[in-house]
Design a protein around this ligand. Structure first.
Ligand code: HPA
Ligand code: ZN
Length: 345
């Protein structure tokens, strides 16, 4: 492993836009909380649980991910999960995060919306005050559930509207196209939420089109499959629609089992606004640094390309322009300092 490259990436100011909080639940933490809350998990040890993290596709992962989330019961559990995550990515010099949570994963098993979001917001607030990070929260609808259930979730979120930046769409993609949620997204848009959707991870390029045309999203999560459709690529590039890529997730879920064939480099060549994120780091083998490093090594990225990717993430965020500029200036200052030290990657 190239030490220069590793330390360059470690110090780079980074921005996380595609992270499911429930996917940051480390096995050790899950076991500790299961014991405390007296919840049974169907694995006898941490090692056995980790061995189960071998996925043939998205659904195999989701089954284990939803099972793991059942350990979260109390507001303090959600706060602890969030706070541990924020500390961890702060140590990687992640400066800004926009994180997802899946309210239905909790409300459907009798945990109140207020319990989940109350704890998460406390964890995010603690990171703002104690770590100087900026952070916002996005709620995702589970697309394998009904439109009606998504509407009910939007209703439950009403008292928390001021604390939720936007809505997303995740879970089992194939067979659950964005069109299923057109009316829910129209309502969320009326209520002032920012909009995004997972599309083109396992699903076809057409799902990305639907997310743009029917849901009117501002950002696409994943979006890998756009490369199958030249006209779509041209549109995404012209409109500079952000695509939040997750390399280690793509590798582990067999979306792209060989990272040397990952579309990221070609996406940069055709001027797509792409950036690197970690999706479900506790399940896929790495947080931000590991995802940057995996791409840099697999695609032989140079320092300028890595810097562009970090800048793209801040550009793709929902921060105010002035705050975006501040973070972009931080990235530039870092790149200059690194070259002055005579270090090249
Ligand atoms: N895809 C879809 N839904 C998800 C994912 C993902 O990678 N992670 C958590 N929910
Ligand atoms: Zn995701």
């Amino acid at each position: 492993m190239d030490k220069h490259l590793q330390s360059f990436i470690a110090g780079l100011p980074k921005c996380e836009l595609h992270l499911h909080l429930e996917g940051s639940f480390e096995p050790e933490h899950m076991f500790e909380m299961a014991r405390r809350n007296q919840v049974e998990i169907p694995y006898s040890s941490i090692e056995e649980l980790k061995k189960a993290y071998q996925f043939a596709n998205l659904q195999e992962f989701l089954d284990i991910y939803y099972a793991g989330a059942q350990v979260l019961l109390h507001e303090a559990d959600f706060e602890e999960l969030t706070w541990r995550y924020m500390q961890r990515v702060h140590a990687e010099n992640t400066r800004h995060v926009e994180v997802f949570f899946d309210p239905q994963t909790h409300t459907d098993r009798g945990v109140a919306f207020a319990t989940a979001i109350g704890g998460i917001l406390k964890g995010l607030e603690r990171a703002r005050t104690e770590l100087g990070m900026s952070a916002s929260l996005i709620m995702s609808f589970l697309r394998h559930l009904s439109e009606k259930a998504a509407f009910a979730t939007l209703e439950k979120a009403r008292p928390w509207r001021a604390h939720i930046l936007g809505v997303g769409l995740d879970s089992s993609e194939l067979g659950n196209p964005p069109s299923k949620f057109e009316r829910v997204f129209a309502k969320a848009r009326e209520e002032g939420y920012l909009l995004m959707a997972h599309a083109g991870e396992e699903g076809p390029a057409d799902y990305i089109r639907e997310a743009l045309d029917l849901l009117k999203v501002h950002r696409i999560d994943h979006g890998n499959r756009c490369m199958d459709d030249d006209l779509l690529v041209a549109e995404l590039s012209r409109k500079q629609v952000p695509l939040t890529l997750c390399p280690l997730s793509n590798e582990k879920l067999q979306v792209c089992p060989d990272l040397s064939k990952h579309p990221l480099k070609n996406m940069l060549k055709v001027n797509l606004l792409v950036s690197i994120h970690s999706d479900d780091p506790a399940y896929f083998g790495g947080y931000m640094n590991a995802n940057y490093l995996a791409m840099a090594e697999a695609l032989d990225l140079n320092k300028d390309e890595i810097i562009d990717l970090a800048k793209n993430a801040f550009r793709s965020s929902f921060l105010e322009e002035a705050q975006k500029e501040e973070y972009l200036a931080e990235v530039e200052a870092y790149a200059r300092r690194f070259s002055e030290k005579g270090m090249s990657v």
